[in-house]
Design a protein around this ligand. Structure first.
Ligand code: SF4
Length: 386
């Protein structure tokens, strides 16, 4: 059976963080109940279209999925189990924010099959957490982390953010060392991006002088990126994607599937799906994003199965820029197997140029970013756009 991944979007947060442009907002208990009921209807509506797949991973992302209580999580997982075939070793992740879980809730999550937690910590320094608009302190994170370990979770990711306003490479190094000492199985370390529509954008978006004065500069950002690879490398973590590090065997299967273009179905407002075209040419894939308002969303459950196929050019672009995010890079053989044409025929010129600039390297069947290429990865990806 071909693999399928499931993403469930939970758009609720206690309070909006200053840097956040995700689809999330504060909610009432009634809104959460109504949303869970809608999610269950959406999952149920998939019918026989999903019967030929084995679900290899389920990811509850947000927002703050850990705002769902044990009964709500049990209902959603029950619906998924009833409507999909779940692989025995499926990775089932819930994103959680410090201060939003209890022992009882974590126990209920485990009973429903959740076997991985992804905790949004972002910084170990309380002044930085405050600057980011987070709802918790480092001490509160530690309590939640210990609670998760005591509840028996053996696969935990911790999220960190670098390039926070006022952050120095030294403070970032301390964050990395402190978190690595806790020995989570996985660490995601992203660099802050100031996105339109966020409070940070209001503060820094148009104000170059303020940006220069308060945000780490490009060179400092690179220094922090190198520090990440160095500190985590020394403490037993392997970088397997530009911003993701894992202990052996604990790479996030859900994310790897995304970069390897494994089909997925997204449930909930704003959730994206990548799924084979129904009744179309074998191998043709579609993409669909659910509407962001509740009313439109509830009327759109079937739309994800009617989306038009992606063009071959779009698929080739995605193959390149998603695959190259992985440190192992892309496989020339896989490209040929998928598109029935050699990668050199399509991208020979670009690959040659990027190799000569020492931004890409070729190693047998693999093509991957060099360290220099990682520094300017977006500029590399643009080269593969038609
Ligand atoms: S907790 Fe996450 S999703 Fe929620 S507002 Fe903060 S950054 Fe956004």
């Amino acid at each position: 059976m071909p693999p399928l991944e499931i993403y469930v979007h939970i758009p609720f947060c206690i309070k909006k963080c200053a840097y956040c442009d995700f689809l999330s907002a504060p909610s009432t208990a009634e809104e959460r109940e109504a949303y869970v009921a809608a999610l269950c209807r959406e999952i149920e509506s998939c019918g026989s279209r999903v019967e030929d797949f084995d679900v290899t991973s389920i990811f509850f992302g947000g927002g703050t999925p850990s705002l769902l209580d044990g009964a709500q999580m049990t209902r959603i997982m029950g619906k998924i189990r009833k409507n999909f075939r779940i692989a025995g070793d499926a990775e089932i992740t819930v994103e959680m924010n410090p201060g939003t879980v209890t022992e009882d809730k974590l126990e209920r999550y485990r009973q429903t099959g959740v076997n991985r937690l992804s905790i949004g910590l972002q910084s170990v320094h309380d002044d930085e957490l405050k600057m980011l608009g987070r709802i918790h302190t480092y001490e509160e994170f530690l309590q939640s982390y210990r609670m998760a370990r005591d509840a028996g979770f053996e696969n935990i990711n911790i999220d960190l953010i670098s390039a926070i306003p006022g952050q120095s490479p030294r403070s970032w190094q301390e964050a990395l060392e402190t978190v690595a000492a806790l020995k989570p199985e996985h660490i995601s370390a992203y660099s802050l991006i100031i996105e339109p529509g966020t409070r940070f954008y209001e503060w820094y978006g148009e104000d170059d002088r303020r940006r220069e004065a308060e945000l780490p500069g490009e060179e400092e950002e690179r220094q922090m990126y190198r520090l990440t690879a160095e500190v985590l490398g020394k403490t037993g973590y392997k970088r397997y994607e530009i911003s993701n590090y894992a202990r052996d065997g604990h790479e996030c299967r859900h994310n790897l599937g995304y970069w390897d273009r494994v089909p997925y179905l997204g449930f909930g407002i704003g959730a994206a799906s990548f799924f084979p075209e129904s009744g179309g040419e074998p191998g043709k894939m579609t993409r669909f994003t659910n509407p962001e308002t509740m009313q439109e969303y509830e009327e759109s459950f079937q739309e994800k199965f009617k989306a038009p196929p992606l063009s071959t050019e779009e698929e080739m672009e995605e193959f390149m820029f998603l695959g190259l995010r992985k440190i192992d890079g892309i496989s020339k053989e896989k490209f040929c197997g998928y598109f029935h044409v050699g990668i050199e025929e399509i991208y020979g010129e670009q690959i040659e140029k990027l190799i000569s600039l020492e931004l890409l390297e070729e190693d047998g069947d693999a093509i991957r970013l060099t360290e220099r290429g990682i520094d300017v990865s977006n500029a590399v990806f643009v080269e593969f756009m038609f």
